[in-house]
Design a protein around this ligand. Sequence first.
Ligand code: HEC
Ligand code: HEC
Ligand code: HEC
Ligand code: HEC
Ligand code: HEC
Length: 517
Amino acid sequence: MSHCKPLSLLLALWLCFLKPTMVVGGEPLLIDPHSSKQSDATPVGVKECAACHSAPSPIYQDRGVTRFVRLIESKEWLERDKHSYAYQLVRLDELKHESNKLASEITKKLRYKKGDFERNCLTCHAGLNASEDYDSRDVKLDLEYGVRCESCHGPGSEYTKRERHQQTSWRGLKPEEKSEFGMWDLTSPSTAAAVCLSCHLGNIAENRFVTHAMYAAGHPVLPPFDLQIFLNAMPPHWKTLQEKPTFEKQSEYYQAHFDTKGNTDEIQTIKLSYEKTRRSMIGGLVANDVGLDLIHQGAAKTETWGDYSNYNCMGCHQELKKNSKSVLLDSRIPGRPFPANWLTLDYPKVHASSPETHDTLRRELFASFDSVPFGDTQRINQLRDRQRQSLEERFLDRRKMERQVMSKEDVLQWLFFLTQNREDSMKDFWVARQTAWMVCVAIDELVEHGAIAAIALDSVDPAKKELQKLLRLELQIDRKASVLESQSKILETANRFDSARCVALVKALVQTAIETR
Ligand code: HEC
Ligand code: HEC
Ligand code: HEC
Ligand code: HEC
Ligand code: HEC
C-alpha cells in the first residue's frame, strides 16, 4: 500500500525546495486516527474559532446549542489553559521568564540557525503544522497563541466551511467521518490520546521529537502520560456526557459513539458507566503503540537510529555507587540500553484480537535490544511489515473497544491486571508514577459511583495521599506557571523513591476496591 499519490509527492518535493523538509525518520506504522484520513484541510487560525466559541450568541442560545456545547471554549482556553501560554514560555525575543532564558540557551547550545527553532520546537510549543508557513505574518501572530484550537481539534478549513460542523446533523457523525473533514473527535479516547501524545511523547513524522541533544542542552524531561490525568489537569472547556442535558439529535450522537440504539435507558446506562477509567485504559494502550511506532520509525533510517532519548534515561544517568538504586529490572540484560520502561509495559488480556501475534512481535522486538547494544536495526526492520499489520488490528480493536462501556466489574478486572506482577517494573519511578496515576483514576471513579464502601474510604484516602507524596503525582495546572520548578521537585522525588512502599500502597488500594465489590 503506497501512501504517495503523485500529487502529494509533487507537493512534498516542492516543499523540500521551499523549506528544509520537516520529515525525519521512517514513515509511521500506526494508523494514526488524527492523521490517517488526513483531509486536505488547512488551519484557519485561532481568531476564526474564537469568533463563535468565546461567548454564545443569542441565535445559538435560542437554538438550544448551549445544551450541547458551552460556546465559551475559547475564553476558557485563553484565560486558564497552559496550552495558550506554551509559546510565551519559550519565545526567544522576550526573556520574561526563566523558561525563555532556558529556551534561548538550548537553541544557542544546539547552534540553531534561522528557522530551526520554529521547525524543531514550535511543532510542539505552538502546534506548528507542516502546511503552515511560519514566515507569514498571519501564521506568526497565530503561533503566539501557543498550542491552538486546531493543534488539538484538527485543521478547520473544511469543517467550518458552509456551516458544516455548526449544524446539528454533524452531531450524528462518527469520529472517522469527522476526520474526513479534518476534525479529530476528541471524545474518542483513542483519537484524543494520539493527539496529546504526538506532543507529550513525540511523533517523528510531525517533527515532534525531543532529541537527546535537546535534553543534554537543558530541555525538561517529558513525564509519562495518562490521558485522564492529563485531562484532569486542563481547565475543562467541554461538557462531559453527564453535563449535557437532553439535546437535539441526542440519539444519533450516542449511536455515532457507542454500540447503542440510542434510547433513553441505554443513554442513561452510558452516562452511568466508567468513562474515566475507560479513557485512562485506552490512553495507556495507545501510548504503548506510539512507543513501538517510534522505535520502528527511528530504525527505518540510520540517521535517526540510536538517539539516546529513545532509551531509558536512568540506564545511563545513574550514580556509580554501591547498591545504587539502579533501575535495572530483573527482566533486563545488563549493559544493553532498553527503551523507557513505562512504554514497554503491556496490558495483558485487554486486547481481543490476535494477542499472540502482538506478544511474539514485542518479544522479538525487545530481544533485538538484548542481542547487541542499542538494538539491532536489521532485526527490527525485519519485523516492520508484521508490526504494521498488528498495530493496524490493534487500532481497529480500540475503535471497537471504545464503543463499549465499562462496568464496575470491568474496572475491577482492569485494576487487577494493571497491578499484577508489577513488583519488578515498579522499581522504576516512572513506571510507578504511571501505574499509580491509572490506579487513582479507577479508584476515584469507583468512589464517585459509590462503589467503595464508606468504611473503606478511611483507608483509601490516606493511601492516596501518601502515594501522591511519594510520587509527586500532581501536574502543573496554572496557566503561566513554568514546569521547571515542579520538574526539579519531581526529579528530587525520583532520586529518593521508595519502590516497595509504592507497590504496597497500590496493592492495598486495589485490594480494598476488590474486597468491597
Ligand atoms: C460560525 C461559528 C463557528 C466557527 C467559526 C467555529 N465554530 Fe465550532 N461550533 C460552532 C457551533 C454553533 C457549534 C455547535 C454545533 C451544534 O449545535 O452541534 C460548534 C461545535 C464545535 C465543536 C464540537 C463538535 C463536535 O463534534 O462535538 C468543536 C470541537 C468545535 N466547534 C471546534 C471549532 C474550532 C476548532 C473552530 C476553528 C477552526 C471552530 N469550531 C469554528 C460554531 C462555530
Ligand atoms: C490541548 C488540546 C486542546 C486545545 C488547545 C483546545 N481544545 Fe477543545 N477540547 C479538547 C478536549 C480534550 C475536549 C473534550 C473531549 C471530551 O469531551 O472528552 C475538547 C472539547 C471541545 C469542544 C466540544 C465541547 C463539548 O462540550 O462537547 C469544543 C467546542 C472545543 N473543544 C473548542 C475549542 C476551541 C474553540 C479551542 C481554541 C480556542 C479549543 N477547543 C482548544 C482539547 C483541546
Ligand atoms: C545511552 C546512554 C544515555 C541515555 C540512554 C541517556 N543519556 Fe543523557 N547523556 C548521556 C551522555 C553520554 C551524556 C553527555 C553528552 C555530552 O557530553 O554532550 C548525556 C548528557 C545528558 C544531559 C546533560 C547533563 C548531564 O547530566 O550530563 C542531560 C540533561 C541528559 N543527558 C538527559 C537525558 C534524558 C532525559 C534521557 C532520557 C530521555 C537521557 N539523557 C538518556 C548518555 C545517555
Ligand atoms: C501541539 C502540541 C500539544 C498537544 C497536541 C497537546 N499538548 Fe499539552 N502541552 C504542550 C506543551 C508544549 C506543554 C508545556 C507548556 C509549558 O509549560 O510551557 C503542555 C502542557 C500540558 C500540561 C501540563 C503538564 C505538566 O507537566 O504539568 C497538561 C496537563 C497537558 N499539556 C495536557 C494535554 C492534553 C490532555 C492534551 C490532549 C487533549 C494535550 N496536552 C495536547 C503541548 C501539547
Ligand atoms: C515533542 C514535543 C516537544 C518538542 C519538540 C520540544 N518541546 Fe519543549 N516541552 C514540551 C513539553 C510537553 C514540555 C512540558 C514538560 C512537562 O510537562 O514537564 C516542554 C517544556 C519546555 C520548556 C519549559 C517550559 C516551562 O514551563 O518552563 C522549555 C524552555 C522548552 N520546552 C523549550 C523547548 C525548545 C527550545 C525546544 C526545541 C529545541 C523544545 N522545547 C522542543 C514538548 C516539546
